[in-house]
Structure formats: structure tokens, C-alpha cells
Design a binder for this molecule. Structure first.
Ligand code: SF4
Length: 461
């Protein structure tokens, strides 16, 4: 268990916009000069690099029934089932196209459906999509197959179709159980339907269940969020993600509906965070880092201990070293040397697939400096420490010379007891885990060149 005193003054001091480092470089560096031919070239290279790297597949299902005012996802509100049918059909085309480019024998170690609301698909649409995945890809027997679930409007048939399609993990959106908060964000979801979903998932054999919460929503207080936490802890999830609400109405226009005066004040928000961390520690959860908590015997906590944890566009992952392919609008693929993002709008995405072309809209090819910095940022964010000698060995550099500028920036964090610096390592303190994004930013070569990071990134704490 991680326990530590929480210093509100330091939380305030370091609360600023910054990347979440699900990639490095981050998305603002992606360029439209990178297109389908570049991705295709990288796929060919990845097929021929000596050993067959496992695959991780991400599917973006953008549709939702109603709009949650806090939403920061790439989603589409619709009640038109034909529209969803058509999208599933195009996903099947994309699956066929991408799978044909893969060398036979590449195993799929991980599948994830995100959104939007994947469970807004009907049970029949779920079956059609899972059939296509199994038809075109070979899933490992121990593959981690996970789905984001919205308990609202869900039936047993939805969950049975997912289980039938091979899903064994689930992540449930909850956010907050307080009626006033739910009303203010237009997401009415009862404790009973959430509990029913948890119980049914367990009964059907799903073996890891994550719950998502958000702090910083309208009308939340330390006490009100505490009541939600009591209910959540009582449901005994294997993992928890407690996200900081990013109020960015200049980027997400629908957030303008949320009146700023209803949002908790920064001090209240930090008290909510403090209480959350303390309460989850008392309940036996390990604080993994950033927004994530897990039971000590959960794979996420075990992978962190074994230093095999990894970050990709879905956040923390136990599957390091896979090539990640994203299907559907806006999805971002990550191969060894490139990032490639799909078109964000449906008509051009369909158009490309009609022409049997990859729907890539932009991307990035990593330089050798990017590879090095990505490794450093990844290890810091996953292991909460960095072995400088290991980096020197793998990248043929003298760490203290190469990163003299970054090390100078870390001195302030050391003085605030957020990390310890010695000749061989950088060690993040338990309290320092809360500031891991800020610490990682010291190694980012691009941040200083971005004119207005406020407009691009959420706040770090
Ligand atoms: S269900 Fe999820 S993706 Fe859809 S609007 Fe609500 S928060 Fe956004």
C-alpha cells in the first residue's frame, strides 16, 4: 500500500496544463505530411524485422445515446441504428484491409473497444464485429480483451454477446453517484444499474473490472464524493481510474453548458483528490500513478512491480512491445517507429475505405532523440524510477551530459521532496507520483516550442 501525507500547497504549485504522455512525441507534433503510404511502409518493415511482434487492436465506436456535458471524447450522438450498422460494416472493411497487410502468424495479445459507447452497439452488431476480428486475426489464448461499458440501457444480451465474442475485461463509466452532480452533467445513472452490471459481468466470467470516476464536476464536494467512493469501494472493483475533469469549453463547445460557478474551487478539488487517494489506500488499493489504482494482486500492480508496465493511447497497459493498430475514426496506431491517426470525420473515412486505402490522416515518424526521450518518459511514468545506467546501455549516451538541462529542472522537484536524485537513479517519492506528468515534462523536447500549451493539454493534477 502507498501512504503519504498530501501537501495541498504543492498540489497547487504544480497544477498546470501538461501532456498525459500516452505517446511521445504527443499528438500536436503529428503532421499531415505523414499519410497512408508511410503507414503501409512501416507495416511492411514491422513484418520483416526478424521477430514477429504481437499485435494490440483498438476499435473506436464513437456513438452515444445522450450527451454527457463533461465529455472530452471523440463521439457522435445518434439514435439512428442504420448509421451504426453502416459504421460496423466499414470497420469490418478496415479490419480486412489491415489484416491483409500483416504477415501470417502475428498473434493478437490485446483487444480494446473504446468510444463513444461500445455497448451502444446492439448485441447483433457486437457479434458481427467480434466475428470479423476472429475471422481476420489470430487471438492468443490468453489475450486481454477489454471493452468500455456504459451501464445505462444495457441488457444481459449485450454482455453475453461480448463474452461470447471473447471479452474478458470491462471498464465501466460511473463518474459520480450524487443526483445533483448527475443532473448537472446530464448523466443519470443509478447505483442499482451499475451494481447489476458489475454482478452480471462477474457471473459471466469477466475477470477484471475497472470503474471510472471523475473529480472536479459541478456541485462535487469532498463529502459528496466521499459518499460515491463508499459505494464504489463496496462494489470491490479490481481497478479504478479517477480522472481530473478537464474543463476546456474553448475546445469542447458542449462544455459551455456547465456553468463555471458550479465547479468546485481549486482547493476543494484538491481536497477531493486527497481524500480519494487516502480512502483508496485504506481500502487496499495500490496507487499506480496518474489516475490509476489497482488491487495489489491485479496484473497492473504486478506489472508495475516487475517493471513491465507500459503506456499507450489507452493509458497504462500490461502489454509492452506490441504494435498497436487503431480502427475507426480518430483512432491512433502506434508501431515501433511511427504514430498514425485515422481521419476524424465519417464521410472521408468511408471514402478512403471505399477506395481500399488506409484511412490515415496524419502521423509522425520518430527520430532517434524521440526514441530515447520516449523510453525515459515511459519508464519514469510506469516504474516511478529511472535507471540511468540502463538508459546509457540501451542508447549509447552519457545520461548526465545528454540530459543536463532536464536534470537541472528536476532540482526543484527534489527540493520539494517529490523525487530523489543520485548518481545512478531518479526515484519518485510516493507523494511525487501525483506529479509524474510534471516530472516527465522536464524530458520533453517540444513543450517549449508549443506557443500555447493551455489550449492543448489538460491540467496535471
Ligand atoms: S457516454 Fe462517454 S463518450 Fe458518450 S457522451 Fe458520455 S462521456 Fe462522452
Amino acid at each position: 500500500m502507498n501512504t503519504f501525507d498530501i501537501n495541498l500547497a504543492l498540489l497547487q504549485k504544480y497544477d498546470r496544463p501538461g501532456p498525459r504522455y500516452t505517446s511521445y512525441p504527443t499528438a500536436p507534433q503529428f503532421t499531415e505530411a505523414f499519410g497512408p503510404a508511410d503507414l503501409r511502409q512501416e507495416i511492411v518493415a514491422s513484418n520483416n524485422n526478424g521477430k514477429l511482434t504481437d499485435l494490440s487492436l483498438y476499435f473506436h465506436i464513437p456513438f452515444c445515446d445522450t450527451l454527457c456535458y463533461f465529455c472530452g471524447c471523440h463521439m457522435i450522438i445518434t439514435h439512428n441504428r442504420n448509421r451504426i450498422d453502416e459504421y460496423v460494416e466499414y470497420l469490418r472493411r478496415e479490419i480486412a484491409l489491415v489484416s491483409r497487410m500483416q504477415k501470417t502468424g502475428r498473434r493478437v495479445a490485446q483487444v480494446h473497444w473504446g468510444g463513444g459507447t461500445p455497448t451502444y452497439l446492439s448485441p447483433e452488431q457486437i457479434a458481427r464485429l467480434t466475428d470479423a476480428i476472429h475471422q481476420h486475426f489470430e487471438l492468443a489464448t490468453d489475450a486481454e480483451v477489454s471493452v468500455e461499458i456504459d451501464p445505462r440501457g444495457l441488457t444481459r444480451e449485450h454482455l453475453a454477446a461480448l463474452r461470447q465474442g471473447g471479452f474478458n475485461r470491462a471498464s465501466l463509466g460511473v463518474q459520480d453517484f450524487e443526483p445533483a452532480v448527475q443532473q448537472a452533467v446530464n448523466r443519470i445513472q443509478s447505483y442499482e444499474e451499475t451494481r447489476w452490471t458489475m454482478d452480471t459481468l462477474r457471473e459471466l466470467g469477466f475477470n477484471s473490472i475497472n470503474l471510472d470516476l471523475i473529480y472536479g464536476l459541478p456541485f462535487q464536494t469532498e463529502d459528496s464524493f466521499d459518499r460515491t467512493l463508499d459505494l464504489i469501494v463496496g462494489m470491490n472493483p479490481d481497478r479504478l481510474a479517477v480522472f481530473n475533469y478537464a474543463h476546456v469549453p474553448w475546445m469542447k463547445k458542449h462544455q459551455q453548458v456547465i456553468k463555471p460557478e458550479t465547479l468546485p474551487k481549486p482547493e476543494e478539488k484538491l481536497r477531493i483528490l486527497k481524500r480519494t487517494i487516502e480512502k483508496l489506500a485504506e481500502a487496499g488499493y495500490v496507487y499506480i500513478g496518474m489516475d490509476h489504482f489497482a488491487k495489489p494482486d491485479d496484473e497492473l500492480a504486478a506489472a508495475q512491480k516487475a517493471k513491465t508496465l507500459y503506456r499507450n493511447f489507452q493509458g497504462y497497459s500490461t502489454h509492452a512491445g506490441c504494435d498497436l493498430y487503431a480502427f475507426g475514426i480518430s483512432g491512433i496506431s502506434q508501431l515501433q517507429n511511427v504514430y498514425a491517426q485515422n481521419l476524424k470525420d465519417i464521410p472521408p473515412y468511408y471514402q478512403r475505405l471505399n477506395n481500399r486505402q488506409l484511412p490515415t490522416s496524419r502521423g509522425y515518424k520518430l527520430t532517434s532523440d524521440d526514441h530515447l526521450r520516449r523510453h525515459v518518459i515511459m519508464r519514469l511514468m510506469c516504474d516511478m524510477m529511472l535507471d540511468k545506467r540502463e538508459v546509457e546501455k540501451n542508447f549509447a549516451i552519457v545520461f548526465d551530459d545528454y540530459f543536463a538541462g532536464a536534470l537541472a529542472k528536476l532540482e526543484e522537484f527534489r527540493d520539494d521532496d517529490l523525487l530523489a536524485l543520485d548518481a545512478d537513479t531518479i526515484q519518485i517519492t510516493p507523494f511525487g507520483r501525483l506529479f509524474i506528468r510534471n516530472i516527465a515534462m522536464a524530458f520533453d523536447a517540444y513543450l517549449d516550442k508549443i506557443p500555447s500549451i493551455r489550449n492543448l493539454y489538460s491540467r496535471t493534477v
